[in-house]
Design a protein around this ligand. Structure first.
Ligand code: FAD
Length: 472
């Protein structure tokens, strides 16, 4: 074992033999006491930097015996303490090997970043890419597979979520067992892990799909001030042959343009896209951005990462609101909710986002999505509020969390929306149960089976949340 302290922290001596490091010093523990939201704070007793699944298993078994809670941490880019713990935090980033690339799949450690996998697959021969990529790609494979992974920069029109393109997982369960699971082997664990917010295990490895990658990406960018025209163009491009990815941004009333639509087609230089065909009948005239595939993949990273340098973006407060909408309710939702937003609800460094997802490709029981409504579409909508400074005015956090609760109730009741639990929406235990609906029984049974002593991932509060709204 390599240890930062031979003594171990409170409750951590004597620890099992490890290949990695168990850090109990203050700096290591403080470094993982917050996430990107800067709203929740929980300082763990120790931090595991594992070298193998065996390290994870040994420490989970140890913590189970000692009654110490455990949470896996990827990049901690969720915003409401989902990956925090007062016990042991496991830094999955230390499991960072790309183990195997083939023309149609990759086996990777859970701590590999999607941008690193994409780069490696793109540089391999033949050139490949994951079929679904989140907007920001500096996220871990284990982290996004634990939430769902909506196609922010690639995927959604002709693919599922990232979790729909997983072949096999290696998981350390809450009992400390190392299991391999897939659709054909321990499928209950497989389904409980994908989009399961780390409730039943810690993913240590994943085998994910790869597909052929094109050389270039041409993005048509449409600025809209008229909501009606925006929604007509949005609905036209998501159904158009030749368009491979679509997303949109919106701002609070008053700013212009109110909506910006991004439609991308991937192509090889030998077969450039036919602009006329793609743009036929659309109401707005686009600006055209044409770039290498990898420049497209990293385009959101190239906005966010510099903001961390210039305005300390990672230290700003982020009470994010994220929801799924049924396809038929998108326009109604915006007519109802957009007028209630002010510029402070998004902030100069925040974003309002819309991601279309074809329902038929989103096949996993988790995360939850809205009931079928006759539309073949789902839309993920984010109000990604970011404060202007790391110390916003007193009451900012409370008022935004209260807004999120109000918005979620309104979205659910009026528009059939369902929470996408990456952000900052406090829920009671009963609300979590309602959130999971008819998937609750299986999810709960998997929790009982694979984490019977409730050692894992208390951050989201699914099995631990307060009973009443007054307490959340
Ligand atoms: C700028 C930005 C853009 C984003 N764009 C998108 C997007 O386009 N689409 C989308 O779907 N999401 C998007 N997200 C949200 C993102 O997918 C989630 O926040 C995701 O969880 C982040 O990955 P992470 O590695 O930071 O996970 P973390 O936040 O570290 O972990 C998330 C949860 O999973 C648990 N966990 C982490 N690793 C494991 C593991 N190996 N096994 C089991 N449980 C684990 C944690 O305990 C926690 O509960 C975006 C976030 C940011 C900041």
């Amino acid at each position: 074992m390599t240890a930062e302290s031979d003594k171990g922290g409170p409750g951590f001596a004597p620890i099992p033999p490890l290949e990695g490091v168990l850090a109990v010093d203050d700096a290591s523990r403080n470094a993982v006491a917050v996430d990107l939201g800067n709203i929740s704070y929980e300082k763990p007793s120790a931090v595991l930097r594992p070298r193998s699944a065996h390290d994870v298993a040994a420490m989970v078994a140890f913590c189970r015996e000692q009654g110490i809670s455990v949470a896996g941490r990827g990049q901690a880019h969720t915003t409401f303490g989902q990956g925090l713990s007062n016990g042991l935090v496991i830094e999955n980033r230390c499991l960072d090997r790309i183990r195997f690339l083939s023309p149609d799949s990759a086996e990777v450690d859970a701590g590999v970043l999607w941008k690193d996998l994409t780069r490696a697959a793109y540089e391999s021969s033949p050139r490949r890419t994951p079929p679904v990529l989140t907007g920001y790609t500096g996220l871990t494979v284990g982290g996004t597979l634990s939430v769902g992974g909506v196609g922010g920069i690639f995927g959604g029109l002709r693919t599922g979520l990232q979790i729909d393109h997983v072949r096999e997982l290696e998981v350390v369960t809450g009992t400390g067992a190392v299991e391999r699971c897939s659709p054909g082997q321990k499928s209950d664990l497989f389904e409980a892990m994908l989009g399961g917010l780390g409730q039943c295990g810690i993913i240590t490895k994943a085998t994910v799909d790869l597909v052929p990658a094109r050389e270039r990406a041409r993005t048509y960018v449409f600025g809209h001030t008229d909501a009606g025209a925006f929604f007509r163009d949005l609905r036209a491009v998501i159904d158009r042959d030749g368009v491979d990815h679509v997303y949109a941004e919106f701002v609070a009333p008053g700013a212009s343009p109110s909506f910006t639509l991004f439609a991308t087609t991937f192509y090889d230089l030998s077969a450039p896209p036919d602009d006329q065909e793609i743009l036929d009948g659309l109401e707005a005239a686009p600006e055209v951005r044409d770039r290498d595939y990898m420049d497209h993949v990293l385009s959101i990273d190239n906005v966010i990462d510099p903001l961390c340098e210039t305005v300390g973006w990672d230290r700003l407060v982020k009470p994010w609101f994220d929801t799924w909408l049924p396809g038929s309710k998108l326009e109604d939702f915006f007519a109802d909710v957009l007028p209630t937003l002010t510029p402070r609800d998004i902030g100069p460094y925040g974003a309002g986002l819309i991601y279309p997802q074809r329902r038929a490709h989103a096949r996993r029981p988790l995360p939850r999505v809205p009931e079928p409504d006759g539309s073949e579409w789902l839309f993920a909508v984010d109000i990604n509020t970011v404060s202007e400074t790391p110390d916003p005015e007193p009451g900012f956090v409370d008022s935004m969390l209260a807004r999120n609760r109000r918005l979620m109730a309104r979205t659910r009741e009026r528009h059939g929306g369902v929470l996408y639990p990456i952000g900052s929406v406090p829920l009671t235990r009963q609300e979590w149960r309602e959130h999971y609906g008819d998937a609750w029984e299986d999810f709960h049974a998997a929790k009982e089976r694979y984490d019977p002593d409730r050692v894992l991932t208390s951050g989201p509060g699914i099995f631990e949340a307060p009973e009443t709204a007054g307490e959340v």
